[in-house]
Design a protein around this ligand. Structure first.
Ligand SMILES: [Zn+2]
Length: 312
């Protein structure tokens, strides 16, 4: 199914909520749906679900479309204000990561570049989600990954939120803000501007995982709807997440290259040869896991990172 079709389905299902009298549903910005219980129409969203912030990561959009259809009655009677939003619909249409610039680096910039679609969209999103108590931003990875994972800073409420999604995602890559000068991600924006908000990003699998990643996204969204009390439902708790923190960063340079087929979450031992700088081997300094190996990209500053399990 292509991106345009997915958006058409989203709009058809959204419009069913908008058209029914008695359901407090609106679309505050393009490709969004906000449902509020009576009396809470003016409140900020209690929960925001983001999908399609990267236009080629369609599994979250597929999962959301399914939920809007199959849980119509429960959502039409939402107990808390909930906002569903397709982050970058123009990129979903194009089936590309972004149209003009990576939306997930456009938040918290403070000014809008009118020539960049994602710059305007980020400002709309910031307005629509202002005051949200929770954010679940659903992504998929382009490169293969041996495990799905959460990616956000080390704060108890964030870890607890991911745990209470009740999915099989049981690993978190801890990050500090990646690159503030380049603009923030959706969740980072809320993390840094609103200390009362609990915003997380999850990677439900890689694009080629297909339906299994759609199912995981669906489970995660239901987990968020249940945990935050938007709709009634049980959360069955899985294994408590394992936290990973970056221990080594291999800088990129013209004469550096990685050995083939390094994969996210691949375990490595200290001394494992990661690549070469000229003729000299670059080795892992830790027993840990590979994170974010970068192939075919001469522009990235970091070739690969090693993460180790955070001692609890
Ligand atoms: Zn993404």
């Amino acid at each position: 199914m292509d991106g345009t079709e997915l958006l058409e389905i989203f709009c058809r299902r959204r419009d069913k909520y908008l058209e029914v009298a008695g359901v407090q549903a609106v679309s505050p910005i393009d490709f969004s749906l906000r449902i509020s219980p009576t009396g809470k129409e003016k409140d900020p969203p209690h929960l925001t679900i983001g999908v399609g912030v990267h236009g080629d990561e369609i599994q979250g959009v597929q999962a959301l479309n399914q939920i809007l259809d199959e849980s119509y009655d429960a959502l039409a009677n939402a107990q808390q204000p909930v906002l569903f939003v397709v982050g970058n619909p123009e990129a979903v249409k194009l089936q590309r990561r972004y149209k003009d610039a990576d939306l997930n680096r456009q938040f918290s910039k403070g000014s809008i570049d009118a020539t960049v679609y994602e710059s305007k969209r980020a400002a709309e999103l910031e307005r629509a989600v202002q005051g949200t108590r929770y954010l679940l931003d659903v992504h998929s990875t382009i490169a293969p990954t041996r495990k799905p994972y959460g990616i956000f800073p080390n704060r108890v409420d964030l870890v607890e939120f991911m745990h209470h999604l009740g999915t099989d995602i049981s690993d978190i890559i801890l990050v500090d803000i990646l690159s503030p000068e380049e603009g923030m991600c959706f969740d980072e924006h809320l993390y840094f501007t609103d200390p009362k908000c609990t915003p997380i990003t999850i990677e439900v699998g890689c694009l080629s995982d297909g339906q299994s990643a759609v199912d995981r996204a669906r489970n995660a969204i239901y987990g968020a709807l249940h945990y935050t009390g938007v709709i009634p439902g049980e959360v069955s708790l899985q294994q408590y997440p394992t936290l990973w923190e970056e221990a080594q960063k291999v800088p990129n340079s013209k004469d550096s290259s990685l050995v083939l087929d390094l994969v996210n979450f691949q375990p490595v031992e200290k001394g494992f040869v990661l690549g070469y700088k000229a003729e000299t081997p670059i080795t892992s300094e830790y027993d840990g896991i590979i994170i974010f190996p970068r192939y075919n990209n001469s522009n990235v500053p970091t070739l690969v990172r090693i993460a180790v399990q955070k001692a609890s």
